[in-house]
Design a protein around this ligand. Structure first.
Ligand code: KG4
Ligand code: ZN
Length: 335
């Protein structure tokens, strides 16, 4: 079985072909990040228009990369939500039209399920069941994954998502959009122990997260150490380092709880923030102590991509699912 996957929920246009026998055949990604950087964040209307401009050529390129004639698939998967409504509609309309023309089912996929399954595309995928920590720009979720499609939420962020906290903190530090990856680069030059920020909610029971208080603590330190409205580079790096440490430790504590709660020995991290080096190191250390294994996607599949949608779509197709021709996208959609 072969599935075309289309991701267009935010500012990346991703297309991929997944084959159940041969694995991932091809994938293409176009990032709109430069276009939105000028505005300091994603402009939804511009995102939709750019998906329209880039999607069909990317689909052509993906089939060419796989050396397949256009349309040689058994299904077309697309991100049906959550995400920006206009951007989702571009992917949904394109996927449904192609599926209709090619006489195959269209498969609406939950974006976070895509992230959750991304490590399945690696050479050493986790066996079920496992705990998944999904850390992206819009969500922070701890999930009990019993089997494909059998998910229960163990914890979630009560305010900002982890990626959002990175991006907002980066903005406060004067870093350009998207700040998360830049902040983590700067943090590598910082010294540990110069600043220490609170680890939100770790002394409370449960597996929920909260990052807005941490952001406020950072804001206060930035204000305190600014000279003429600017933080000196070395201090900025020390603050970035302490912020990153606080986020990593908070996430590690909750992941440890989730492993102990479920009794599972496998932890998956996925979503944009799972590309963070210190997070991977921190979680690997914790997992080792818990005699558990850590799994994560290759860096390019941590952030949004079409490959995870093609894979999730294939699982849906294998389970005999498909959608009718209505355009039922869900900008807000719990996992
Ligand atoms: O999964 P993703 O591409 O999009 C959403 O579904 O939201 O995640 C994007 C988020 C952004 O907030 C970005 O700043 C963050 O992931 N991110 C990182 C890193 N790389 C991406 N945050 C911290 N460290 C990184 N290396
Ligand atoms: Zn995402």
């Amino acid at each position: 079985m072969r599935v075309l996957g289309i991701e267009s929920s935010c500012d990346e246009t991703g297309v991929a072909l997944y084959d159940s026998e041969r694995g991932l055949l091809a994938h293409q990604l176009y990032s709109q990040v430069k276009m939105h950087a000028e505005f300091g964040g994603v402009v939804p209307e511009l995102a939709s228009r750019d998906h329209i401009r880039t999607l069909l050529p990317l689909i052509q390129e993906t089939f060419a990369e796989a050396e397949l004639p256009l349309g040689q698939v058994d299904g077309v998967a697309f991100t049906a939500g959550p995400g920006l409504i206009g951007a989702l509609m571009v992917g949904a309309a394109t996927a449904r039209s192609l599926a209709f023309g090619w006489g195959v089912p269209a498969l609406g996929v939950h974006h976070m399920e895509g992230h959750l399954l991304a490590p399945m595309l690696e050479t050493n995928p986790p066996a079920y069941p496992f705990v998944a920590l999904l850390v992206s720009g819009g969500h922070t979720l701890l999930v009990d994954v019993k089997a494909p499609g059998a998910y229960s939420i163990l914890g979630e962020s009560l305010d900002d998502a982890a990626g959002e906290a990175f991006d907002k903190t980066a903005k406060m530090m004067g870093l350009p959009y998207p700040g998360g990856p830049l902040l983590s680069q700067i943090a590598e030059q910082g010294r540990t122990g110069v600043f220490r920020f609170p680890r939100p909610m770790i002394d409370r029971p449960g597996m929920d997260f909260s990052f807005s208080g941490l952001k406020t603590s950072v804001r206060l330190q930035i204000a305190k150490h600014s000279v003429d409205g600017v933080v000196p580079d070395a201090t900025r790096a020390d603050i970035a380092c302490a912020f990153q440490e606080a986020v990593v430790e908070t996430l590690a504590v909750k992941c440890r709880r989730a492993l102990q709660h479920t009794g599972y020995r496998r932890l998956v991290i996925a979503g944009g923030v799972s590309a963070n080096k210190q997070l991977r190191l921190g979680l690997a250390k914790m997992a080792e102590k818990e005699r558990s294994e850590l799994f994560f996607p290759r860096p390019e599949f941590c952030t949004d991509n079409g490959a995870m949608i093609a894979y999730a779509g294939w699982l849906r197709l294998r389970a005999g699912q498909g959608s009718d021709l209505s355009l039922d996208i869900r900008p807000r959609w719990p996992l």
